[in-house]
Write a protein that binds this ligand. Structure first.
Ligand code: HEC
Ligand code: HEC
Length: 290
């Protein structure tokens, strides 16, 4: 290999002087713009090491003069959100439910906030947007077990339903008429026929007539003489065609035989007061609020 630099006759470019078996290498330098960018990148990276977290050290890592971490960035974002929400949360805390519902701005805020909290905490039972599931009432309609005013809803949310850990919980237990042998199979059959008649469905008239008497003695105390329900007792209206568990003969028979006793946890203590207010306002405005 010789190292004799000369000009290549065809291209007019210098050779590197390297030659292998008569093959010589042209010396074509990198374009100067490329070289400048290359050096600029190196200089930039040194600056980057200094201000941002970079190299690992024996026990830790170089933190950089800006002190940037994903954690500080997250905290900053969260603090910004909290700061934006703070004035609303303060007003939510200061005002009572009705004032919140009557304040256009707070109503808006509560609708958005309530919707998000609802999706996280309530939708698993009550369905997306509160459409309801068997055993979990729809919150969109005018049919209320425990009452649909702002105060009723707020009370239900605070104390839950049949949530015995909370002394103020909504509580009422329908007896298991069949299981506990309070009524015979025939009596249950009769009263079910009577219940069907409430929502205008075809029934065995003779059985229903017998069932009327069973109803009066065993059911009216919670569901009302006319079957329209008693809200203070959480006794559902049996006449409106809206069913918590189901309105076919088999399901009604099952309800009367074994009873149900659906449970909702109390939200007091799990969610803060402002959030419960937002939720109450949200649920109230879903469509069925009274
Ligand atoms: C574990 C399931 C469950 C969860 C979670 C749940 N609920 Fe309930 N909720 C129920 C049941 C069951 C009832 C009805 C109980 C009954 O009276 O038979 C109920 C009843 C209600 C009622 C009363 C409805 C009426 O007709 O009077 C309201 C209002 C309500 N829930 C709102 C909420 C909100 C808001 C949340 C979220 C913070 C929530 N629920 C979360 C199970 C649940
Ligand atoms: C001590 C009060 C009480 C008595 C008495 C009572 N119920 Fe109930 N009933 C309730 C409550 C509360 C519910 C709500 C469901 C639950 O327990 O989750 C209910 C639910 C029902 C349901 C389900 C409604 C639905 O929407 O799915 C039917 C049907 C029913 N009762 C029929 C009867 C009949 C028939 C009798 C008499 C044989 C009777 N109940 C007696 C309190 C009572």
């Amino acid at each position: 290999m010789s190292t004799h630099v000369e000009k290549d006759a065809v291209t007019g470019t210098d050779t590197t002087g390297h030659e292998w078996d008569g093959i010589r290498e042209l010396n074509t330098p990198l374009p100067s713009w490329w070289v400048y960018v290359f050096w600029a990148c190196i200089v930039w990276s040194v600056g980057y090491w200094v201000v941002y977290p970079s190299w690992p050290s024996a026990t830790d890592y170089l933190k950089g003069t800006f002190g940037t971490t994903n954690r500080t960035q997250l905290h900053e974002t969260l603090n910004n959100v909290a700061a934006e929400r703070a004035p609303y949360m303060e007003r939510l805390a200061a005002l009572d439910l009705h004032e919140v519902a009557n304040d256009a701005e707070l109503l808006n805020f509560s609708m958005a906030g309530g919707k998000a909290v609802f999706a996280d905490n309530c939708a698993p039972c009550h369905g997306t947007g509160g459409v309801g599931n068997p055993g979990y009432p729809s919150l969109l309609d005018d049919d209320w077990l425990w009452g649909g005013t702002l105060d009723d809803i707020s009370q239900t949310l605070h104390a839950g339903v049949r949530w015995t850990e909370n002394p103020d919980t909504r509580f009422n237990e329908m007896p298991a008429f069949g299981r506990d042998e309070l009524l015979s199979r025939d009596e249950i059959g009769d009263v079910v026929q009577y219940v069907l008649a409430f929502s205008g469905r075809e029934t065995d008239a003779t059985a229903a007539r017998r069932g009327a008497e069973v109803f009066e003695f065993n059911c009216a105390s919670c569901h009302g003489e006319d079957g329209k329900g008693i809200q203070e007792l959480g006794g559902p209206n049996l006449t409106d065609g809206i069913w918590l568990y189901g309105g076919d003969v088999a399901t009604i028979t099952e309800t009367v035989t074994n009873s149900r006793g659906g449970v909702m946890p109390a939200w007091e203590g799990r969610l803060d007061e402002e959030t419960i207010k937002m939720l109450a306002v949200y649920v109230h405005s879903l469509g069925g609020g009274q």
